[in-house]
Design a protein. Structure first.
Length: 150
């Protein structure tokens, strides 16, 4: 049986600030993010099964990403936990452990999605684009020592 990769793309809006940055990013600002989530697995060959011919139903992958990432981060302001209490806004705030760079956010998203994937489906790549010309990318191949394959 062949292993196939499938990718679903997501778009969302989010603001953040990098309080220790030496440039303009130390100010609250926003981006139109693009998230590409790639999983791999064997194609199901089970006549009559709703996922016959699929690695994973795109709708199921969408539900996972929506519930673990978009419902919390879309149209939110993301700040480092160290900034908690220093900003008093009547807005949707999300705190992360570190400065919410594209790289840090990407790893947060990787961890959230990986734990919700069905057995036999592995997250192999995730790309988070912050601008039209800048993105961070995570691949399972680069992290094989850190993660055990299912």
């Amino acid at each position: 049986m062949s292993v196939v990769r499938v990718t679903k793309m997501f778009h969302f809006e989010m603001a953040h600030m990098l309080p220790y940055h030496n440039g303009q990013c130390k100010n609250i600002h926003g981006h139109s993010y693009h998230l590409h989530v790639t999983v791999r697995g064997k194609i199901r060959h089970e006549a009559g099964h709703p996922e016959d011919g699929m690695v994973m139903d795109f709708t199921e992958l969408k539900k996972i990403v929506n519930s673990s990432i978009l419902e919390k981060f879309d149209h939110s302001l993301v700040l480092p936990e160290k900034a908690a209490g220093s900003i008093s806004l009547d807005t949707r705030l999300v705190y992360v452990n570190e400065s919410p760079t594209c790289e840090v956010l990407l790893l947060e998203f990787v961890n959230r999605v990986r734990e919700l994937l069905p057995e036999g489906v592995d997250l192999v790549k995730m790309r988070l684009s912050e601008t039209a010309s800048s993105y961070a990318e995570w691949t399972l191949e680069d992290n094989l020592n850190e993660y055990e394959l299912t």
